[in-house]
Write a protein that binds this ligand. Structure first.
Ligand code: ZN
Length: 496
């Protein structure tokens, strides 16, 4: 059985067949860079990262494009409102491009921590204004668009397939228009391809229709075409972007090219925090920097502690990409303990590799590894069932535990188990590292709690006036390179 993916366009799970054998072009809508990435971004980009990793595992040559939206994304879903970046730039008193650069760097920093493989190309919308203007010209020439007062709109009545992805018809879309409809539009469902800029608008470019800026949807049509061609294999994005964003992308691309735009549309579901939709007003809007251990931002109030970024990744993989996931402190704690268990097992197995007796790979273990690999691939081929794939990691943990107890386990057997962890847990799921630091965050925690235990014993001894014992504990710690410092009301420790 090959890879099967749920295609939002056909509303079926279809066998995946790329346009060109052995090659896959994938485009995923990237972030609008006006703030730090949050848990919603983590779910979306980890899901597509696993898809890209699995396609590569299957042997495809993958070209992965993920754009950076640094212009044109307005504060509401329709064509009115201000540019999100301009609004944020005013608040932070920075140039919008400086702000976009700052948050783009922050985004990659967080995605690197989540072990998301960087896209092959991360094109910026502002770097493709010329191409966007060209596409608007084509749509005007072909009669799909019209110009009014320096703005250009797409005429949805001219494109018969409008609504085919979201399943909405034009009447419903008109009735659902939430904002005041611009008097310039022929039809309330028409959307902006190019917007006239007011004189004080900072982000503006010259065009045949006057000074302005592109509509948000246009960049994805233009950049996917530029780097992947008129028809692309896979387009990914959040469910909330099916309409209007992706519907508009289809209309622009197919009207301009007379060719199918996307063969497989994949949409991932949203996140909740403690069962509620994430929102700034609900005080449950958690940025990755507020959730990740070893990041300088203070932790979010909703969390009791900060977590290893790969434990956050592991939690995301426990649910299917098309299902929502709930981030709660309890779920994160459970994910962290599961992550520590896998990491601890891998570290122990690797430690044994050099010390175990040489010999053949145990045939029972070989069969068991083959069975687990088949279970893993069957799950992943079934529309990326990562939760079953993740359960295979725990099957491997149990297998390793048995082998670690047996002093006769050969080096070759440990190497084979390690290699399965690396290929399935590392290459595909991205939760097993090639190398673990000597002192990981959890090691530091263990040392800290051990030393604190000694500090308590020393305090007890002093309370009992057993000063000989108190001094003995202190000296023993000095021998180990640990210095105690008595401060008012508490004793702290540091390394020598
Ligand atoms: Zn997009």
């Amino acid at each position: 059985m090959g890879l099967n993916l749920h295609n939002s366009l056909t509303r079926r799970t279809d066998e995946f067949k790329p346009l060109k054998e052995g090659q896959v072009g994938i485009y995923v809508c990237g972030p609008t860079v006006y703030g730090h990435a949050h848990l919603g971004h983590a779910k979306s980009y980890v899901s597509f990262d696993v898809l890209v990793r699995y396609l590569r595992y299957l042997g495809y040559s993958v070209t992965y494009i993920q754009n950076i939206t640094d212009v044109g994304h307005l504060t509401d879903d329709a064509d009115a409102g201000e540019d999100k970046l301009v609004v944020a730039a005013k608040k932070e008193k920075k140039h919008p491009m400086a702000l976009a650069e700052y948050y783009t760097r922050s985004y990659f920093e967080d995605m690197d921590k989540l072990n998301c493989v960087r896209p092959d190309i991360s094109p910026r919308a502002s770097g493709h204004i010329v191409e966007q203007i060209e596409l608007v010209k084509i749509l005007l020439d072909k009669g799909y668009a019209y110009e009014v007062n320096g703005s250009v709109y797409f005429d949805v009545s001219k494109f018969k397939d409008y609504g085919k992805l979201s399943g909405r018809n034009i009447e419903e879309m008109q009735a659902g228009a939430r904002v005041e409809v611009s008097p310039d539009k022929k039809n309330p469902a028409d959307f902006a391809l190019w917007k006239k800029a007011e004189p004080n608008h900072i982000m503006q470019w010259p065009s045949p229709w006057g000074v302005g800026f592109p509509g948000w949807h246009l960049e994805c049509s233009v950049m996917s075409m530029k780097y992947l061609g008129k028809t692309i294999d896979i387009h990914g994005g959040g469910m909330e972007n099916k309409f209007p964003h992706h519907e508009c992308e289809i209309a622009q691309s197919e009207a301009a090219n007379d060719a199918q735009f996307v063969r497989y549309w994949l949409h991932n579901n949203m996140v909740t925090v403690d069962g509620q939709k994430m929102g700034k007003s609900l005080n449950n809007f958690i940025t990755l920097k507020q959730a990740f251990a070893n990041s300088p931002e203070p932790k979010h109030d909703k969390l009791s502690r900060k977590y290893d970024p790969l434990a956050v990744r592991q939690l995301i993989l426990t649910s299917h990409y098309r299902s929502p996931i709930d981030f709660s402190d309890a779920a994160l704690t459970a994910a962290q303990s599961g992550y520590d268990k896998i990491a601890g097992t891998v570290i122990t197995v690797r430690g044994k590799e050099s010390r175990a007796p040489k010999g053949l790979l145990d045939t029972n273990v070989k069969d068991e590894i083959a069975r687990l690999k088949a279970k893993f691939e069957t799950a992943m081929n079934d529309d990326l069932n990562t939760s079953v794939a993740l359960s295979v990691m725990f099957d491997l943990v149990r297998l390793a535990a048995k082998l670690l107890e047996d002093s006769g386990t050969t080096k070759e057997t440990f190497v084979a188990v390690d290699s399965s962890f690396k290929k399935l847990g590392g290459d595909v799921l991205g939760i097993v590292k090639d190398q673990y630091e000597q002192t990981s965050g959890s090691d530091e925690k263990i040392i800290d709690s051990l030393v604190k235990g000694f500090i308590e014993q020393r305090a007890d001894a002093r309370n009992r006036k057993d000063f000989a014992m108190a001094d003995a504990i202190r000296n023993k710690l000095i021998d180990m390179g640990i210095i105690l410092e008595d401060k008012p009301g508490q004793t702290v420790w540091r390394m020598k």
